[in-house]
Design a protein around this ligand. Sequence first.
Ligand code: 7OP
Ligand code: ZN
Length: 755
Amino acid sequence: MSSESNENKLFLPPPYCKTPAKFDDVFEEDVQLSKLDVLDPAKVLQLCENLTDRTTKQLEVKVNKFLKSVSESSTVFLINLLNVSEEAVVQVVMDKILDSGIIIPLSEEAISNIVEYKDHSLKCADNLDPKIQGLIDEIVPKESTVTIIPVLAMERRAKKPEKPIVCPVYLVCFVNSAKSKTFISKLVDESFKYFLTLLLNTRECEEERRLKKQCQSLLSVARKLFSHLGDLSDLLKEIMSEARRLTNAERCSLFLLDPDHMHLVAKVFDGVSPAEKRTEVRIAKDQGIAGHVAATGQILNIKNAYKHPLFYKGMDEATGFHTRNILCFPIRDEDNIVGVAQLCNKIDGHFDYFDEQVANAFSIYCGISIMHSLVYKRIQDAQARSKLSNELMMYHMKVSDQDVADVITCPCNHDEPNFSKFTFTPRKIIYKETPCYVLKMFEDLKFMEYFRIKEETLIRFILYVKRGYRDLPYHNWLHAFCVAHFAYLCLKNFKLVENGYISKLEALAYFVSSLCHDIDHRGTTNSFQQQSNSVLASLYSSEGSVMERHHLSQTICTLNTEGCNFLDSLNRQDYIKCLDLIKDMILATDLATHYNIHSRQLAMAEEGYDKTNPEHRYYLCSLLMTCADLSDQTKDWSETKRVAQLIYSEFFAQGDLEKKMGKEPANMMDREKASIPDHQLEFLKECCICIFKILAMTFPSANILVDAISRNIICWEASKTIFNKLCVEDKTSYEVLVSDELEQEIQAILKNICI
Ligand code: 7OP
Ligand code: ZN
């Protein structure tokens, strides 16, 4: 049949619908019986008064009774033709409401082919769809005459509402009627004018209620998806029992594909008596209905299990359960079928189109849950592994009680002269004694008594921090020690606490931050982390200051290591405040942070430091951190030169690494290209001088630091000629830096300046 003739049929106007003008005469011609010949207005009126029910079933009973009486039939029933779900449904036969409706699936094509317009009247097709014929045979006794009259209506759920189409919505079946087909046809045409709209509206209303309930249940399940994250089997159980409830199934089960991919293993049995539960149900992946669904990925709606070729009776025989019908659907994760869910025995009939829709939604829910819990498990595993390796590492670098005792009983004096002067160079402290000096500074700053710090705990903390630093040329424990020493110098010389610039707690945080600010530095910059996609970058790059965030995290970890939390005698409020300050101060050591707030720091110094202004306090603390971090540059020339050697061997190592990775390093990191005096001069002039000048605006005694940097600038300027000379002789910048010539030359110049 061509699609055009098919379409024509659909556009046939039903007699009770507003019809296009050109059809009007067709119907006028065809009138053989008048309205009054078939309908008694009083009866119709009485019926209409009575059609007050809320359900289509109850309405159908009354309509059937009316039609039976008028048509003098033995039985009348309606076949509902549902265009949306593509089903034919009988839910009432005469005045008997069926427990479970008789539902048969019909294709859209089949539905549109039911009706023909022939001999100027609307009829059922001569060869009625065999499925519908079967449905009628199921209800009507043999040897009966059945007159079937179609009822058409505008399709309300048309895909294009602006182009409505007319389609059959009912087949009215009259059994053994005493009236002629013409009479019955006229009766249907005329009477449905009065109640078709009511029937259809009620049908639609029922449908909406069902959809609403379905949506609500799906929503409530969706909420649960997040509540059982930790336990997948719990969650799946919850989901499946909801699916069972929603589709009115007697039981449901869920099978997941075994990792061997050869078996489906039952994970959930809901609606099964406990006695029936066996240890494990396992089926071959290509066996039976579940296997078929797993293989094809197609939902299977089986109305009669025992008639289905794939149905395996063995399970029923083993369990004593009788399977009538089955709705079996696949469960997918991102791209694969990972399992199969099965709903058995719809309590009042067959699984229908709507059950299939529910199944579809639940299939998606299960898939999401499985995926979520896999991700969740992976995260938990990773966390556990990291905790384990952390514990292992901590065990191997455990600071022993003996190490702590050795610091307490250290026989050395620790009274270097000028230790608390800006001119003191902490790099000359004997390495072994650095922890003792840190302890000494803690004591000297009166932190021990003020915060009731336990000496043993503090020493253990210091020793763990020391171990936290790697063996790098520059960013090692000695750098931390120097920065902490400079913090100590500021606290003492500027009398930061005594003069109320900062609080005692801020002072403590400043000192601790200085000591910890580079823990576990890897000798590479923030941009290197991002370039190389390092683990640290993946953890922190979205927030910036990648390394600094890691140093902070390491600091907190160290503090939380057993026997290390020397801050635990602080009250809760101070403790939280202290960690907050430490966070701010460690993050302030990222020079990018410094450049961010540099102009506001300058403005603060220009307008005068206001200790009651919290922003000023933050800017001052940040400035103090930056100064401490760069304090190597405020020492004498030989220190500056030594530090430059350390820094450039670290920078060049990163440059070498970048070259190996096929990237081009920045000039400063490239041992072939870098001009050390130029980079140092730029760093001192553009960065250091400015920072220390801001400091000196608030603390005039810091001018000696600015002067020291200026002297170093002169030396670097002077060194340029030697660098230029020796570089021509094919020496690298670094070779010149460590050469004797440079040392001699600058010493000579310095002697001249000092005299
Ligand atoms: N002296 C130094 C650093 C050269 C005490 C760091 C940089 C910024 C701008 C050069 C430049 C380097 C940086 C510290 C000290 C240590 C400064 C962070 C650097 N002489 N560098 N240098 N710094 O990023 F022009 F690398 F950790
Ligand atoms: Zn540092």
